[in-house]
Design a protein around this ligand. Structure first.
Ligand code: HEC
Length: 221
């Protein structure tokens, strides 16, 4: 009986304490004492918004100095997009050969496709060629596309004729910068990878519709 009384008293005392702890604050929105607030109140961070550093770890003053800054920054000039494949990473580097006769010759001598020529690259090159080149250069690269046949354009040389021995570096260079006044640059329409694929297709046509190189033959750009 005595112990029941004691338990009842203890319980009553505890509930008073609990009540005081829960309702004792004047601010009804206050959560009361928080022991480890950062455990359950993680900051709600949204992408591209800088809220500054967490004031739980740094002073509010320091956090404020960090706020309102842009989180997503522009890469510094000269940044090259990462690619695990070194050859493909080189495609992200700036094109090194200038739009000069010397640049053209240097590209012809030094520039090699970083992508192996395969049936797949030739097929993709053909699809690109049919959209971007065929109307001038003709279906088989004879320089007899409808634009030329209109008489408005000078006919480009046939790939398997006067342009038969044009090296891949010069083909790519002409795609990058354009060729004289008659052919514009295709750098903004086609990625470098696509320009290499269409270069492979031009080489395929140069060779009379045959693969010119073995699939594994490739060199770094
Ligand atoms: C508006 C018509 C036109 C289009 C489109 C065009 N070309 Fe040409 N292309 C020409 C003409 C014209 C020449 C010859 C320019 C000269 O030698 O003055 C030429 C030249 C070339 C050459 C020879 C470059 C050199 O170094 O001598 C290649 C290779 C070539 N084009 C490939 C392409 C490919 C591939 C495409 C499509 C991505 C393409 N061209 C799109 C008109 C065009």
């Amino acid at each position: 009986m005595l112990s029941t009384m004691r338990t009842a008293k203890t319980l009553a005392a505890l509930s008073v304490i609990a009540l005081l702890a829960a309702c004792g604050k004047s601010d009804p929105n206050s959560p009361g004492v928080e022991y480890m607030p950062d455990m359950y109140r993680s900051p709600a961070i949204e992408a591209y918004v800088d809220y500054g550093q967490d004031p739980y770890y740094h002073t509010e003053e320091k956090a404020r100095t960090q706020r309102d800054r842009v989180t997503a920054r522009k890469p510094v000039p000269g940044t090259i997009a990462f690619n695990e494949d070194a050859g493909m990473a080189m495609l992200n580097a700036p094109y090194p050969f200038p739009n000069t006769p010397e640049g053209y010759e240097a590209a012809g001598a030094e520039l090699k496709s970083p992508i192996a020529m395969t049936q797949a690259t030739v097929d993709n090159g053909k699809a690109i060629y049919e959209k971007f080149c065929m109307h001038c250069h003709g279906a088989t690269g004879q320089g007899d596309g409808p634009v030329v046949n209109n008489g408005k354009y000078p006919p480009p040389g046939a790939y398997n004729g006067p342009l038969k021995d044009l090296p891949e570096g010069k083909i790519f260079h002409s795609l990058h910068w354009g060729k004289n006044v008659a052919m514009g640059s295709h750098a903004s329409q086609l990625s470098k990878e696509e320009r290499w694929h269409v270069t492979h297709y031009v080489q395929f046509l140069q060779n009379g519709g045959k693969m010119t190189r073995e699939p594994e033959a490739q060199a770094a750009m």
